[in-house]
Design a protein around this ligand. Structure first.
Ligand SMILES: [Zn+2]
Length: 206
């Protein structure tokens, strides 16, 4: 969480309180003293206390996200969380976020998964790009060059481990490549989150 953004959202709520709760004594007092000449939105009372000045400056923050005085006055409720999200802006969601965040595996497993999702796993083919590597072959089978795809799925030993794991979990399918498996895991995670385990058509493919 970004504490500065959360703080901005809280100050904006205080300004909304001032604009909307005119029956409260302290709000009446602020309107009476600082809102006489201009609206509070434009008011810059230099003699006001630090906290009052800070709250009135929140109008600038609201304008940053496209909220004007009239809109604020018409808002029936104000949620700090919603304002925080407005300050954060809209970004596309990462499709594999739940594979990392909801993973109960050992931290080092999640970390390896995270590294490979970013294409940053230090396999020999990658290390060879900036350093001298004498042997590029996979240390498990020594017959193929070591890269992430081979190490995690294509290598004979990895393939055996996958088969055993899937059998243990009673999942009737064969492990495929990295991208197919990430996609499958994302779908599986989504269906578990929604509370129903959807049968994947790929699971029948043996
Ligand atoms: Zn191998």
């Amino acid at each position: 969480m970004d504490i500065q953004l959360w703080n901005k959202s809280v100050v904006c709520k205080l300004l909304w309180n001032i604009c909307n709760k005119k029956d409260k004594l302290w709000v009446k007092w602020i309107h009476c003293y600082y809102g006489r000449r201009a609206s509070l939105w434009k008011s810059k009372p230099m003699q006001a206390s630090w906290i009052v000045q800070k709250i009135l400056k929140a109008a600038k923050y609201l304008e940053e996200v496209g909220i004007q005085e009239e809109e604020l006055n018409q808002m029936q409720s104000f949620t700090i969380q919603k304002m925080y999200k407005k300050f954060q802006g809209e970004y596309p969601k990462c499709s594999w976020r739940r594979l990392i965040c909801n993973n109960y595996g050992a931290p080092r497993w999640s970390f390896i998964l995270y590294l490979n999702l970013h294409g940053r796993l230090l396999t020999r083919d990658r290390v060879a790009k900036w350093s001298l590597v004498d042997d590029l072959s996979c240390p498990l089978c020594t017959s193929e060059p070591e890269n992430a795809e081979h190490l995690l799925f294509k290598c004979g030993m990895a393939s055996q481990i996958w088969d055993s794991l899937l059998e243990w979990q009673v999942i009737q399918r064969k492990a495929k490549g990295w991208y197919e498996e990430v996609q499958w895991a994302e779908e599986k995670q989504k269906s578990i989150r929604l509370g129903h385990d959807v049968q994947d058509p790929n699971e029948r493919e043996l």
